[in-house]
Ligand binder design. Structure first.
Ligand code: MBD
Ligand code: FE
Length: 312
């Protein structure tokens, strides 16, 4: 049996009461959003004739999602975080900002507080037998292509097991392993000496993977390195590059891969002289072009809850 109740006065009054949209006080924006989201949910329940069992399965899923601490992971996996980028890209296009390094999602695994080094940083603090040395370097420029002095380049990535320090289920990484920050000098150059990351997979028993399984989707990301790049007169860039050749490059469960963010990997020798663990190493040159402030302001700074730590 399929009944339709959404457009009744009783239901419309219920939505207004539940969101207190016509009452005084509270946060008007929150009321507007709650009223709309609840309305869309009620409408979907009516349209799809969702059963009580389905509705309670969804409600209980939220409990598991929260207790697993995976809300932001699910947001990435369901394309919500990508959707934010699509909107920011469209805003940029509308105001004529173009030519910068493409943005892509931050993801849920950033940790604030990495020590800032001048020009270069060694960020592989822990041994990782399976990972070979990787040098990441490049130049930060402004829209005119001129080097940016005093830019802060933050990078973070996974180890050879696809685990990030601070979030590693084995508990084995020291704080800020494979995370670092570099301040550029007059030449705009930055460099990270690190180890080659491996792709990430969602926790197999977690709420995110549980939902992906129902959708017959995988929960894996290609190997990648995240960046925040900021400079005084420029907007803060959030981006990543993928490791060229990873089979999941164009099959990322979080939809972060973009043209322009898959730089070539070059095989090099001479690593021993650089203090790397083997003479053979790999190098990725990733130049970063920042975009100008909009009417003197950074209109793309994102405030969200982030982990924070102290170096050991
Ligand atoms: C990651 O490493 C990541 O970058 C995202 C977006 C989601 C899960 C793990
Ligand atoms: Fe990541």
């Amino acid at each position: 049996m399929s009944v339709k109740v959404f457009n009744t006065k009783e239901v419309q009054d219920l939505l207004k009461a539940a969101s207190n949209i016509e009452g005084v006080g509270g946060n008007p924006r929150a009321k507007e959003i709650v009223h709309r989201l609840l309305s869309d949910l009620f409408k979907a329940i009516d349209d799809l004739n969702m059963t009580p069992d389905e509705i309670w399965a969804g409600v209980n899923y939220l409990n598991k999602l929260g207790s697993d601490g995976e809300s932001a992971l699910l947001a990435a996996g369901l394309g919500l975080e990508k959707y934010i980028d699509i909107r920011l890209d469209a805003e940029d296009a509308a105001i004529g900002i173009e030519g910068g390094t493409p943005r892509t999602i931050e993801g849920p695994l950033y940790v604030a507080g990495a020590p800032i080094k001048d020009g270069e940083a060694r960020i592989d603090l822990d041994d990782d037998a399976k990972a070979g040395p990787l040098v990441i370097r490049g130049t930060v420029t402004g829209p005119d292509g001129k080097p940016v002095a005093g830019a802060i380049v933050e990078a973070w990535h996974a180890n050879s097991h696809g685990f990030y320090s601070h979030f590693d289920p084995t508990g084995e990484q020291t704080p800020f392993n494979l995370r670092g920050a570099v301040r550029t000098g007059a030449d705009g150059k930055y460099e990270f000496k690190t180890l080659m990351p491996t792709g990430y997979g969602c926790p197999p028993q977690g709420a995110t993977q549980q939902l992906l399984n129902v959708l017959n989707r995988h929960g894996n990301r290609p190997a990648h390195v995240h960046f925040f790049v900021s400079g005084d007169q420029f907007r803060k860039l959030t981006t990543q590059f993928n490791i060229e050749g990873d089979p999941l490059t164009w099959d990322d469960f979080a939809y972060a891969t973009r043209e322009g963010l898959v730089p070539p990997v070059t095989q090099k020798t001479g690593g021993k002289a650089l203090g790397l663990k083997t003479d053979d190493y790999q190098e990725i040159v990733f130049d970063i072009r920042l975009t100008p402030l909009v009417q003197g302001k950074d209109n793309q700074v994102v405030h969200r809850q982030r982990a924070e730590a102290q170096p050991a």
